[in-house]
Ligand binder design. Structure first.
Ligand SMILES: [Zn+2]
Length: 186
């Protein structure tokens, strides 16, 4: 991993600003950040990262903030996942915005003296061997962000029958329905 030395002069973001690092991974080494004062920040621009267990590329911005007892990750990411249209079952792609804050907890024994112990009810993820892997958080937010029944678009052939019939049409009736339409046309 190379740390970019540019952008130090930019005052954007105030005192906590730091250079934006570019990465193509969802694995972040935070061992140094954990040694830094509370409020220290790392900013990343993530480009086409393929995380563990993820089937789509992740891009966007990530900020890591060293809190008094954890690393707070603030993500503004996006991805495009494959899905099936809920109406016509065709394969489709679904752009998803993934915006979240999640805490990553270092193991207590690795925590510097001034650390508080994580609360019992801690929710979030773990820092393991100085590394935090954003993949599992991203995976969970992808699942949460998926619509229950996505639609492939305005031209979806499933939408027509949906609007003209009150109950979902069973496949077995579709032949009859087609026949009825033919008769009515004559
Ligand atoms: Zn469709």
């Amino acid at each position: 991993m190379t740390a970019g030395g540019t952008g130090e002069g930019s005052a954007e973001g105030g005192a906590a600003s730091s250079a934006v690092r570019h990465t193509t991974s969802l694995l972040f080494n935070v061992s140094t950040l954990l040694q830094e004062p509370i409020g220290s920040v790392r900013r990343y621009e993530v480009t086409n990262a393929r995380g563990n267990g993820l089937s789509s590329d992740i891009s966007g911005a990530l900020r890591l903030l060293r809190t008094d007892h954890s690393i707070l990750a603030t993500a503004e990411l996006s991805t495009v996942v494959a899905d099936l249209c809920g109406a016509c079952l065709c394969e489709m792609t679904l752009p998803l915005a993934l915006a979240f804050d999640e805490e990553f907890w270092p193991p207590a024994e690795a925590a510097p003296d001034d650390y508080l112990q994580p609360p019992q009810e801690q929710i979030g993820f773990s820092v393991i061997d100085g590394q935090m892997d954003l993949s599992e958080a991203v995976r969970q937010y992808i699942e949460m962000g998926r619509p229950m029944s996505p639609r492939c678009g305005q031209d979806c052939p499933g939408l027509e029958s949906e609007t003209t019939s009150e109950a979902p049409v069973d496949d077995r009736w579709s032949a009859l329905a087609a026949l009825k339409q033919e008769i009515e046309r004559d």
